[in-house]
Ligand binder design. Structure first.
Ligand SMILES: Cc1cc2nc3c(=O)[nH]c(=O)nc-3n(C[C@H](O)[C@H](O)[C@H](O)COP(=O)(O)O)c2cc1C
Length: 381
């Protein structure tokens, strides 16, 4: 018994120290704009350099959605989340010796952060993908202008790592931050050495971020503060809402697909392995029963959504649209009333973030004889 309790205490201590270690980690955002993927390649090296420190974690996000298949699944950052990090590594393509328009547009939305001193004292570093390399140092410097106005601590690369690079070919090393010259096709770009320099930059940046962690206040803008006020897991517990098991697909499709920051989900009224209140409204089921089915369907949608966000429903930013399809007779017109059961549940759980655009319609039949099917689109972090 004594042995058992010693083991239990040891496990508990181990768990507590793991949680504390995670809490002490420097969280670093690698924030990029990329058209063709060159900046993203460097970003992955920067992130791996950051994570070579066991006390730092990196997350790569982009400033806007991309249709490039290589980039389309990278999450999009919001301006309001920037103050929550311990450091930011900014990367963009060189556009005419300057930062790219996409990055510039994103930074131009940070006026509220600036006037709230929200990024002051936070470390920043910059890296860029160029074509020929014309004006690359001008561009890096231009990047730093904006960050200096924010009062960020600019971390340069200096000549770190340059002793070891192959000097017989053009390389993107600069004292401000690493670059790559994508249109010089003599060797694969970024070169092996540019990748290594990016890793060194990430590693060095993590060191600075760790040293400065806790020395600046992570000021929240009103939007961030409001967003953080409602813990969805607590809401579910308080309201005694129990999410069902994620229904398995009945054909050649996935329970959800994520494209950029949008998640697409379709569900029917499956409950405990069978369809709840099946059939046609006015023939097999009444309005109350269809409303119950709509609620069960929405719970299925939210269960799938939870899986799509890795188990943390706080990552849901907005319910964008719900479409409710009901098995009704030709002359039925009160679809909106039926759908309110699902809409109300969504707003009850997600608050403002649960308010959505909506369509409802009737169908002469619905798969597996469900009385309702719901299609949902959510925006997530
Ligand atoms: C509008 C525009 C201006 C550019 N200006 C420059 C430049 O001044 N110098 C340079 O080396 N490359 C320039 N480029 C090329 C990009 O910097 C290069 O293609 C870069 O690798 C793209 O990065 P990405 O792969 O992350 O999109 C320019 C590209 C565009 C679209």
């Amino acid at each position: 018994m004594k042995k058992l309790s010693t083991v239990f205490i040891l496990i508990l201590l181990l768990k507590i120290s793991t949680v504390m270690a995670q809490g002490n980690k420097a969280r670093i955002l690698v924030l990029i704009h990329s058209d063709n993927g060159g900046t993203y390649k460097l970003a992955k090296e920067i992130a791996s350099g950051i994570e070579s420190s066991k006390n730092a974690a990196a997350v790569i996000k982009q400033v806007k959605e991309s249709s490039n298949p290589e980039l389309k699944n990278i999450p999009v950052a919001s301006v309001d989340e920037l103050p929550s990090y311990d450091g930011i590594a900014f990367g963009s393509p060189v556009y005419f010796g300057n930062i790219s328009t996409g990055m510039s547009e994103f930074l131009s939305k940070t006026v509220n952060l600036w006037t709230n001193h929200a990024l002051e004292g936070m470390p920043a570093t910059v890296f860029m993908s160029a074509g020929s390399g014309a004006g690359k140092e001008l561009a890096l410097n231009a990047f730093r202008n904006t960050l200096a106005v924010h009062g960020m601590v600019l971390v340069s690369n200096g000549i770190r790592g340059t002793e070891n690079i192959d000097k017989t070919i053009p390389q993107g090393n600069t004292v401000l931050g690493v670059t790559s010259t994508a249109s010089l096709k003599d060797v694969e770009r970024p070169t092996k050495d540019e990748r290594e320099l990016a890793k060194i930059q990430g590693r060095n940046f993590a060191k600075t971020a760790l040293a400065l962690k806790g020395t600046f206040s992570k000021k929240q803008t009103a939007a961030v503060a409001q967003e953080k006020s409602q813990d969805i897991n607590e809401v579910l517990e308080e309201k005694n809402i129990i999410l069902p098991q994620v229904p398995q697909p009945a054909g050649n499709y996935k329970p959800f697909v994520r494209s950029g920051n949008l998640v697409f989900i379709n569900q029917v009224a499956l409950k405990d392995g069978k369809i709840l209140n099946p059939g046609k409204l006015g023939v097999d089921v009444n309005e109350q029963e269809v409303k119950e089915a709509a609620k069960a369907t929405m719970l299925n949608v939210i269960a799938v959504l939870k899986e799509a966000v890795g188990g943390d429903l706080n990552k849901v930013k907005q319910c964008v649209q719900l479409t409710g399809i009901f098995n009704t007779k030709d002359d039925y017109t009160k679809h909106a009333d039926l759908m309110n059961a699902a809409s109300n549940l969504t707003v009850e759980i997600f608050g403002e973030k649960g308010k959505h655009a909506r369509a409802t319609l009737g169908a002469s039949s619905i798969p597996v004889n469900s009385s309702v099917e719901i299609q949902a689109v959510f925006e997530v972090e």
